[in-house]
Every structure is written in structure tokens, then in C-alpha cells.
Design a protein around this ligand. Sequence first.
Ligand code: TTP
Ligand code: MG
Ligand code: MG
Length: 386
Amino acid sequence: MRLPSIGHAPTIPAMQSGTPPARRKIIHIDMDAFFASVEQRDNPALRGKPVAVGGSALRGVVAAASYEARVFGVRSAMPSVTAKRRCPQLVFVPPRFEVYKSVSQQIRQIFARYTDLIEPLSLDEAYLDVTRDKQGVGSAIRVAQRIRGEISAETGLTASAGISYNKFLAKIASDQNKPNGQFVVLPQDALAFVATLPARRFYGVGPRTAERMARLGIHTGADLRAQSLGFLQQHFGKAAEYLYRASRGEDERPVRADRQRKSIGGERTWAQDLQQDAELVAALDAIIDIVWERIARQSASGRTLTLKMKFADFQQITRARSLDAPIPDRASFAAVAHGILAGLLPVPRGVRLLGLSLSGLETPVADAAAAHAVAEPVPAQYRLEF
Ligand code: TTP
Ligand code: MG
Ligand code: MG
């Protein structure tokens, strides 16, 4: 959408000498203890109690933990058995994905009042580019306050927000004052803010990478920033450039309103071909772990599971199974995957690669306006301040 030009159309500040580039205003919004808060909202008996959404069965995992449960060290993705040990009075509640999805749509409608540039990351969070001030609010900090106020009034749930000039900083900021809080990282404060961040909080730095960094003496954003790009490339490969820039508070990724995932999956190639049934079953378990972790992280749900198998001669087959309803939990996901594999055993020759993907995803589709919205330069008089 182009704005009508008005008289002397103001020029976009270019990167002339001495003129800083125009800053985006990005808000990252994330609901607090999302699934657990919905359950506490809908069942007053659960309020004030340690609640875990998920299965309490032997192989169950915690999807969401209420803040009362977190005091005991209960966390998302923790085996339910461990959670129960840490907090014996923990109340387990089965998930109700339909309800979470409808709340997700409600909050997206609230976002849409303030911007057309919405990039949902999962049911409970999204990036908003509010550089163009759709409501004439005047300040990104106030836009975040208003959105959180409307979420609270209309859904009875709380959200936290991070406000900054890029996605990286906004996302980290939204965690800073959780729950029910917000935090802004202004351009002039970004370097100091990033310097104190534990390396673990940089996107893509999991426990293993963090350990590797620690062995190299890298513990914080400041430590990362002290490394040359070459050094980072040598140790962290493809992630190097991102780490180099992020440790300087830089992240140019635009908010993309039209990003639409069709499937979530993963695959793995083994060093040696697999042929025994037991080897394949064990290999599939490893893939299930990887893929389910991704599905859970995105709060995705879908009804079609596809297994891919590549043989030693690179011939490839896929087998899919669709259920009537979205696959509800890890145990069902694993059961369907193993069911598909069982139909392919014994294999005629060695298998070099196994993969799984979930499709038929139930993510609400972005509306037409959002799908066409693009991040274009915003004339000065429409631009929001922090
Ligand atoms: P998160 O936003 O990561 O967590 P949260 O909303 O429960 O808590 P926080 O206040 O820290 O934001 O995830 C949103 C929902 O996604 C969460 O309520 C349940 C689901 N989820 C899983 O099912 N498995 C997981 O491993 C994670 C991390 C989340
Ligand atoms: Mg959340
Ligand atoms: Mg989230």
C-alpha cells in the first residue's frame, strides 16, 4: 500500500554522511505462560496453583507451566515425571488446542488494529513492525501498552512486550519484564544491553553451542563482540555472521507478514546405512525427538505425518498418513510414525536417511491485507517514535 503523496513529499533520510539510517520500530509480543494461563482463566480452581499443561503419563511432557509451578523448577518440555518429582502438588491439565487457537486469533486481530505487518512465530507470539503509525499513537512504547491492555481486557490474559529497532532486540526485550511487563531497548542503549546478555540468549545458541563458547571464553554479548568475524566463522560456521552482527545490536531481517509454513519436519543422514529393523526403529526415535521438539516450540498442530526414507542407492520413498484430527501429543505422533515405518519393514536395502514432517498445519492464515503488506520506507510524518 502506498501513501498518497502530499505536496512536498518528504524525502526518506538516506544514509548520507552524518545521518543515521531510519530506524524501524519493532514490537515482539509474547503471551505469559500461555496454555497454563488459559487453563487458569477458564477454571478458577486452578488459579494460584502450580499447573502443568500436558500429559502426566509416564512418557508425557510438560507443554506449559504456570508461574506458580516455575517456582519449583517446572519448565516447558520437561518430562512430566521430573516435573512431578520437583513439585508433588503439581496439577496436570490436558491441552485444549482449539481454545488456544481461538485466543491466538483474537490477539492477532488486536495486533491488526495497530499494524498490517504482523509476523506470527507461534500461537502465542508475533513480531509487529509498527514503524508506520496506523492509529496515530505517536509512540511505540504506548502502542505496546495499548495492545497489552486490549489483550488483557478482551481475553482475560496477560502478555509481555519487547520494543526496539530490530527483531533480535525486541524478542530478547519481551522476556526482560515477564510476566505482564514490557521493556524497551533504545538505539543508544543497545550496545550496553547486548554486552551484558549471556551468550545463551542469542538466537540459535543452544546448550551445546553455549558450552563450546564457554570453552572459548565466550560468556556474554561483550565476549562475542570481541571476536573477529573470521574467528566466529572458524568456530560457528554459518551462524557466525548473525552472531557478529547481533553482538553489535544489528539485525536487518524485516518483519514478514506473509510467512506461511506448510510443514515442520526434520531428517537425518546416518554415517552408516541402516538395515536391521531394530536399528531403524531406534533411528526413527531419534528423528521423533528432533521433530517433536520443533513442533512443540512452534505450538504447531497438524494432521498429516510423512515419513521419508532414502536408500543407499539414493532412491527415495515417502509414505504419509493423515488423521481425522490434529495429532495431539508426542505419544500419538510417535505411534503414527512407528506405524508408518512398520509398514516398510523389512527394508530391501540399506537406508541412509530418515525424515519426518508434519503438514496439514492448523495455523490461521494471514488475511489478505497482511499477506500483501511489505516493509517499505515510511515517510517521516507517519513515523512512530519510541
Ligand atoms: P512460550 O511462549 O515459550 O512459553 P509460555 O507462554 O508458556 O511462557 P512464557 O511466559 O515464558 O512465555 O510457549 C507458548 C506455548 O507453547 C506454551 O504455553 C505451551 C507451548 N509450548 C509447548 O507445547 N512446548 C514447548 O516446549 C514450549 C516451549 C512451548
Ligand atoms: Mg509465551
Ligand atoms: Mg512464545
